[in-house]
Ligand binder design. Structure first.
Ligand code: ZN
Length: 184
């Protein structure tokens, strides 16, 4: 098992009980100030995130680390046609302190729930309290699609996945038998 494998609820039409157990756990806070192990965990998550160009975000439980660390791309997603700089951000011990705006429904996928997408309702504006990768306290406000990404990643820290939301689940026809069985 490689360190950078993405942990999933199922793989090749088989449930992955051990991985699912960790993905469903509430992740632990990192100690403040960060000790050597915490710094290493942050570095591991960042490396795993940067290796995947298909991920808008990645949470530590998705690489088998039950710690409150998330990384995600930051750009002005809502301005179509504007080629913003493709930068990214890391948040440690992140918690949402405020949710505002008219909730919005959108289809979401997740590397830990392969082959499906789920209609997820989320707030369009959030405020988040966290630490940056150097351990400095930060307060952030995210809106629009970026607010969605951050809520998705923080969900992972609570052991909550897209399939735990109420919305309709979509999957390819050829996998109907498998998914009908697990979502019944
Ligand atoms: Zn996810």
């Amino acid at each position: 098992m490689t360190k950078h494998k993405t942990w999933q609820l199922w793989r090749d039409e088989k449930l992955t009980d051990e991985e699912a157990k960790l993905l469903r756990m509430k992740a632990a806070d990192l100690p403040v100030p960060f000790d050597a192990a915490a710094k290493k965990d942050i570095q591991t998550l960042v490396e795993a995130f940067l290796k995947r160009d298909d991920a808008l975000g990645l949470a530590a439980p998705q690489i088998g680390l039950s710690k409150r660390i998330i990384a995600f791309k930051v750009k002005d997603f809502d301005k179509k046609g504007v080629s913003g700089k493709d930068s990214w951000e890391v948040l440690v011990n992140a918690r949402i302190t405020q949710m505002r705006g008219e909730p919005e429904v959108m289809n979401e996928g997740c590397l830990s729930c392969p082959d499906i997408s789920v209609e997820v309702t989320r707030a369009t504006e959030i405020k988040v309290k966290a630490l940056d990768r150097n351990g400095n306290k930060v307060n952030r406000r995210y809106t629009g699609f970026l607010a969605r990404i951050v809520q998705h990643e923080i969900d992972h820290l609570e052991g909550r996945l897209v399939v735990d939301h109420e919305g309709t689940i979509s999957f390819p026809k050829e996998k109907k038998e498998f998914f009908d069985k697990i979502f019944k």
